[in-house]
Design a protein around this ligand. Structure first.
Ligand code: HSE
Length: 320
């Protein structure tokens, strides 16, 4: 049994427009989890983004860790868990997926890594019910994934070098379940074709670095139109952002965060950021913005990279 395990997990954006429940990209915004076997369970959460999360055995990280031990046929009933997160909760940036991936990888490492990464991916997808965010947090980069209810499959593509991501994060939480309730039960063949063609083109455009195709490839008729009422200003932003410096724009996951993909040499970055913030404000929404880059590594075991306390490690990571 390893003494103490520390993992660093990226946030993610899912769907990227047309790739509902199938496309995801990892982002350089992180959660950190430390896990250790102890005599009595103790869960400590650090930072503003984890307010309200349970610190008893109903905690998601504890429960996911127990699922790993059960799968591996070992017993580790008592755990010390510490977590710090930079990822805002319930905003469409994969906070729960990052917690699930962190818990799976940390728990697996704690018992000598008997389960493969692909096995952990399937477990993560079964817990989250869609592979898009968990795939990105686990493998990093841009991930196209499929799940049949039992097995999860994926292909990872390195995002093009010059890609930056502007996320506009409204000051309200939107649960994935509420955002899924807004969706219709079936789609027309015409809309299905619309999405399949764009989603396929998006994977090709990311793989080939075809920035010029992103505005077209990120269009969607499967979920964004139905979620528009939940995120005032979104429709206008998605239409206008490509005319104001964005390569393409989408609702991030189930929202309410809206994102724009931007070329790093783009000269209208500030104009685009102001436009997105002002449009949300005009619809009564306050929001924060972040400029992010794709994460290429996925979850990392950083147990050996830092000595010192968990909080000293976070300080070192955040300053790095
Ligand atoms: N694909 C999911 C959805 C992502 O849009 O509902 C949720 O994070």
């Amino acid at each position: 049994m390893n003494n103490i395990v520390r993992v660093k997990v990226p946030a993610s954006t899912a769907n990227l427009g047309p790739g509902f429940d199938s496309l995801g990209m990892a982002l350089r915004l992180y959660s950190y989890i430390e896990m250790q076997q102890v005599d009595e369970t103790c869960i400590v959460l650090h930072g503003e983004h984890l307010d309200g999360i349970p610190t008893d055995k109903s905690n998601l990280i504890y429960k996911v860790a127990q699922a790993v031990f059960k799968e591996a046929g070992v017993e580790v009933p008592e755990l010390s868990i510490s977590m710090y997160s930079e990822i805002p909760l319930t905003r469409g940036l994969g906070s729960s997926a990052s917690a699930i991936i962190g818990a799976l990888v940390a728990a697996n490492a704690l018992i000598g890594a008997p389960l493969s990464k692909d096995h952990l991916f399937t477990m993560a997808t079964q817990i989250e019910k869609h592979p898009d965010n968990v795939g990105a947090s686990l493998f990093g980069g841009f991930v196209a994934a499929a799940w049949d209810g039992v097995d999860a499959h994926y292909v990872r593509v390195a995002p093009p070098e010059a890609l930056e991501i502007l996320v506009v994060i409204p000051h309200f939480q939107l649960s994935t379940s509420k955002a899924r309730e807004a969706l219709p039960k079936s789609l027309s063949l015409q809309d299905a074709i619309y999405n399949i063609s764009r989603s396929s083109m998006l994977v090709g455009a990311i793989a080939a670095g075809r920035y010029d195709l992103l505005a077209t490839a990120m269009k969607d008729k499967l979920h964004q139109p139905y979620r528009a009422e939940l995120v005032p200003g979104m429709v206008e932003i998605l239409e206008q952002a490509p005319h104001r410096g964005a390569l393409g724009a989408a609702l991030s996951g189930a929202g309410p965060t809206v994102l724009a993909l931007v070329h790093k040499e783009e000269t209208r970055k500030q104009e685009l950021e102001n436009y997105m913030l002002e449009t949300m404000k005009a619809h009564g929404l306050q929001a924060d913005t972040l400029w992010l880059q794709p994460d290429h590594n996925g979850v990392q075991n950083i147990s050996l990279m830092h000595s010192g306390s968990f909080l000293d490690m976070i300080k070192g990571e955040v300053e790095a």
